[in-house]
Design a protein around this ligand. Structure first.
Ligand code: GAP
Length: 448
């Protein structure tokens, strides 16, 4: 086993043990590359999505939110190019019935003889490469026929394009402006893997910014800068982030320019977000296909044009994995291994654990009162079972930044200790000050 597998295996195991992420339908043997978020995972992912929404929609005057349906008119996917072009070239083995991406044969192994690549074992019988569409198909209505075929969206972006005029008119925005959306997307990936990195059902956080042609390159650069800054503010290690510009051979059919933000995972550098200059490709295609004029009328300049689009597209699950991988560490403390998730306090699933030192002398009652008080301000957890050291370790693994401990002094002078996860330092403050003290350290502003 390589060191890389080791870190990922430890992370996957921690995620299951602590309730971040579970394999989908595990009691039936699991469903390939589909994952469920447990109590801590759902909080973490929600905190990431909320931060994105806050930065993209609430903190700006020029971006509106949208929540379009997953199911869309099938012609959307013809116009977007997905029916014809959202494909991977695949090769089947007639002997073992396995399927491989034609462009990844040299990194795949033959299921019958793993030391060889597909096609190299004497029994391999490979087909010619065939194009395989990655969209999930289903039927709408009671009749399962070609006319009723409908797709689960493979990206949220198209829901924004087809609604762009609705949003523009309803919000009275003017170009340049953007539309942001968070929602599920589905891709029948042939080589999914690396836990929640590449899955078949995932969530995207996408924003489409509509600009006047000619100003697109400027906006593209601005959005590159803002999106990288967002990941750094999320707490990711800057040295593990970099840009990957798409070369001509990598550019998607719709893009004039594209840059990926990449993160250095235990399994190597990989994309976490794309920033794309999509030109007027999408609006032009939808205008032609629907027959509806999608031009913007600029009253001040008295001119009409199809806006260009700068897209920022991040995966919520992928960013969640990034945050987990970046936060995971093991330390030696007094001869024992301490596993810590050093999550930024603002995105940690549990902000504070309240712990009575002992289950006697009224400590649980006092701790319970503090827990109820603090719970009104943030997600908190109460734990009175086991030795205090073990309780701290459980919270370290869950990424909880602070533990409040009620001890004998609390009963006499009303103070508690607060232990900080990363430094393990403890401070003593009045119990009544706990919510404000925590808020300041988690969100940076007392009373915010
Ligand atoms: N609308 C443009 C678009 O969808 P993309 O590069 O295909 O572009 C954007 O996807 C982001 O969505 C990726 O950077 C990644 O974070 C996330 N993503 C894409 N496919 C994914 C998958 N199979 N599993 C998890 N996340 C995925």
């Amino acid at each position: 086993m390589s060191a890389t597998d080791n870190v990922m295996d430890k992370l996957v195991s921690l995620c299951k043990r602590r309730g971040f992420v579970f394999q989908s339908s595990e009691i039936y043997g699991g469903l390939g590359s589909v994952w469920d978020y447990g109590p801590l995972g759902v909080e973490l992912k929600k905190n990431i999505k909320d931060r994105w929404w806050r930065a993209m929609v609430h903190a700006r005057d020029d971006i509106e939110g949208l929540d379009a349906a997953i199911l869309m008119h099938p012609r959307v996917w013809e116009a977007s190019g997905h029916v014809a072009g959202f494909t991977d070239p695949l090769v089947d083995c007639r002997t073992c019935k396995s399927r491989f991406r034609a462009d990844q044969i040299q990194s795949a192994s033959c299921p019958r003889k793993p030391s060889k690549h597909p096609g190299e074992h004497t029994e391999c019988d490979l087909t010619e490469p065939r194009l395989f569409n990655l969209m999930f198909k289903t039927f709408m209505g009671p009749v399962e026929e070609q006319a009723a075929v409908i797709y689960l969206r493979p990206e949220t972006a198209q829901g924004i394009y087809v609604n762009y005029l609705n949003v523009l008119q309803a919000s009275r925005q003017k170009v340049p402006f953007g539309i942001a959306q968070i929602g599920k997307a589905f891709r029948n990936e042939i080589t999914p893997g690396n836990f929640i990195f590449r899955t078949r059902e995932f969530e995207q956080m996408e924003m489409q910014f509509f600009v006047k042609p000619g100003t697109d390159s400027e906006w593209f650069e601005r959005w590159r800068e803002w999106r990288m800054a967002w990941h750094v503010e999320l707490g990711l290690t800057p040295a593990r982030l970099r840009w990957h510009p798409h070369g001509a051979d990598e550019l998607a059919h719709y893009a004039k320019a594209a840059y990926d933000i990449e993160y250095e995972f235990p399994f190597g550098w990989n994309e976490i977000e794309g920033v794309h200059n999509r030109t007027d490709f999408d609006l032009k295609r939808h205008q032609e296909s629907s027959g509806k004029k999608l031009e913007y009328f600029d009253q001040a300049a008295n001119e009409r044009y199809l806006p260009y689009i700068v897209e920022t597209s991040a995966g919520a699950d992928r960013v969640t994995l990034t945050v987990l991988a970046d936060a995971y560490r093991e330390e030696q403390v007094e001869g024992e291994t301490r596993v810590v998730l050093g999550l930024a306090p603002a995105i940690a699933p549990i902000k504070v654990a309240v712990l009575p030192l002992m289950k006697k002398e009224g400590m649980p009652d006092v701790a319970d009162r503090i827990y109820r008080d603090v719970r009104g301000h943030m997600n908190a957890f109460y734990d009175d079972s086991g030795a205090i050291g073990r309780r701290y370790r459980r919270q370290d693994e869950a990424g909880t930044p602070f533990c409040v401990t009620v001890d004998a002094d609390t009963l006499s002078d009303g103070t508690v200790t607060i232990r900080e996860r990363d430094s393990m330092q403890q401070v003593r403050i009045a119990a009544t000050q706990v919510p404000e003290w925590l808020r300041e350290r988690i969100w940076g502003a007392p009373g915010s």
